[in-house]
Design a protein around this ligand. Sequence first.
Ligand code: APR
Length: 162
Amino acid sequence: MIEVIRGDITALTVDAVVNAANSSLLGGGGVDGAIHRAAGPRLLQACQAIGGCPTGESRITPGFDLDAQWVIHVVGPVWRGGSHGEPDMLKSCYSNSLDLARQHKVRTIAFPCISTGVYGYPQREAAKIAVAVMQHAAKDFERVICCCFSAEDESIYKQLLA
Ligand code: APR
């Protein structure tokens, strides 16, 4: 079951929220900043202990002060025009996060629109990749949520999932 929700991912009551992090895992702006603010300082401590994450890969920590039990941190590709492996890297972000979720018996998971903010990935192209991976994995989960912050993203996802 894939759902499209518009709102703040930190407000969702799900087993896992996915964080669009950077390779240092030491926090940032956008959804990364929001998740760290909501989860509290223990999240940064847990991330410091991990010591970074390569682009395309994901790491899991507890959610601490978040409702979510887990935060799956993933590092999306920076958009550089589309011929530097960005699509495959973005696809790996979604598939690696879902693999990690499965390993931790996650049943409900929410994704932000990875790489489409600071990292500049075109929204529609990113959404096509995200939806394709989610549809392939949806049978393993109770709820897979696309948590869109903007109305534009929400309509893109709704069109693709219609
Ligand atoms: N809830 C859900 N989505 C959010 C929230 C939120 N609270 N805040 C921002 N977003 C959306 C943005 O509108 C965008 O659609 O998350 C999507 C991803 O944007 P960014 O957070 O900028 O992430 P990204 O483009 O992957 O860039 C990652 O930004 O914050 C830094 O540390 C982070 O260096 C990393 C880079």
